[in-house]
Write a new protein. Sequence first.
Lengths: 284, 397
Amino acid sequence: MTQESSSNPQFTGASRYVLDEELAKIVNISMALEMPLLLKGEPGTGKTMLAHAISESLNMDLIVLNVKSSMKLVDALYQYDTLTRLNDSRFGDSTRNVSNIEDYIKMGKIGQAFVSDKRVVLLIDEIDKADTDFQDDMLDVLDQMEFDIIEIDKTIRAKHRPVIIITSNAKKDLSDPFLGRCNFHHIAFPEPDMMRRIIRVHFPDIEKDLLNHTVTAFYRMREFRGVEKKPATRELINWIRALKADPDFKIKDLAKGNIPFLGVLFKKSPDYAVARNSVSRMRL
Amino acid sequence: MFTKFFYLLKEVGIPVSPTSFLRLQKALDNGLITTLDDFYTAARTILVKSERYFDLYDQVFAHHFEGAELEKPAPFELDEVAQAMLEQWLRDPKGVADALGMDESELNRMSPEELLQYFLDRLKEQTEEHHGGHKWIGTGGTSPVGHSGFHPGGMRVGGISRNKSAVKVAMDRRYRDYSQEGPLTQAQMGEALKRLRNMVPVGPKDEVNIDETIYQTMKNAGEIEIVFERSLRDRLKVILAIDNGGWSMDPYVSVVQTLFNYARAQFKELKTFFFHNTIYDYLWEDPARFRKPVKVDDLARLDPETRFIIVGDASMAPYELMAADGSIHIEERSMKPSYERLRFIAGTFRYSVWLNPKMAQEWPYTRTISMIRDIFPMFELTIDGLEKAVAYLMRSN
């Protein structure tokens, strides 16, 4: 065991992702314990990005399962393409063998992660969108690392246990059995210091003044009351990109409370109106 | 190892499971945890499953490993506790008086403000001995036990008395959000509500109807004819309007929470609104009834097939329902009596019901209940009542 854990890859961060030490520990522990890691946190805290970063830094392939509300578990495992088979049986001009059902089984995202020859990172994104049955059933599959394909009476076992990252926006509470089988971490919205580091990763040559002013203004604007969707990291990055692209923009404007491109930050029209109003009263 | 820590977590109310504790042991055995910092992070990620408990976890951790004091309650927490005590006292004056070592009659003579101040003072001097003892008061105070309360001293502090028409609510705990916590979905309630759905075909025709395909293929003498259909989805729209105001609803908090939690998980298209006692010009989307008002007039634009469910005890002073300016909230001035408003809603949505957490045999004793029953069909907020309400909402005519 010790040998294995010492040879285990350790996750330390990636080129476009600023990782805090605590989260790195959590990821490493979850990988060592072979437990799915459930990440919660408000949008824009980098839940999804974490999985991308892990796959990049450990050099593993990333398989993303985007959960939809209407999704059934079997969709994520495999699909039996009856229609193609019917078509083939009628016209018979394909290379597939019509009497062999296995030729018509396509793997879903979880199936792909199981049959992959290398260890992969499996990201199950926005699990909270699906109903509780889906969640519980899926955890069974991930627990046992195998599932049956009923049509051909075959059991698919995972060749390598994937690194599983599950994200949730917490619109609904997840069920207890589900939580019981995951490790849990809540990513808080980054502090201004952390945010500056994140911005520097994305804009390595950003001027200090611009960085400080935009970040300060950004956190002020997050405080606006009555805003439904607060601007998040993604909005801030896009906003800075917009500011940098605008030749007429001067940093002094920000200090005067003159905020251009508000629409980049506030994307809902009532929010935009509220922000417009509050900005005029804002002084940095 | 660390069994004491585990039980301490359990004691303060963090739901930790033995399985996860074993998992933590495994992590320790495997040498994954080498420092106390590691342990802090690992134990939290493995044991604690919700950010709601992170703060509590921090306190327990510090207390256990650093020998730090469990934090003394901040002033605003004391306010909460004092208020909870006041609530407790309304229900059970003798018990609280005994606990404080006071004569009940002495407390009865105080005004609510004096009483609150008195509780606060007592709490401040007592925090040393109490040590998180505020927890039992807190939970005991907010858990909606019995409702046989009366007003000692005849004060109009809240509406816990039988008549439930306290004219102004003294301490409106407006920030109690039913969605935050509460018992888990009760399977029973799920059963009752399961029939509340309306399956309609929607979306692109992308589902193969096997039976029909075979039939049509046969008719075509073996020439394949594939029949597609739209898939069935539940498209039932539900509006849930909850009375979360004042004290009169307090005893029913847990049952309303259950309903709310269930509804949130069950219905795809669910709107939730809040109101206090009855509906005037506005409903609110936020439980504090403060930030996001919605004009009742605007409801007319919604799909009239929407199922409109009101949850409330329908108990108030008659003028609140009938007077043109009946709201007990000063900021809420309206020119139309609530009675008209309710009739407007009932007229807009032909599938609407009123769920009342009070038992049906109590209904005839409150005038406003009978008046509201003229407008909405009223059902008990029980499993039986729910089933009847669902049957009514799903009736075909």
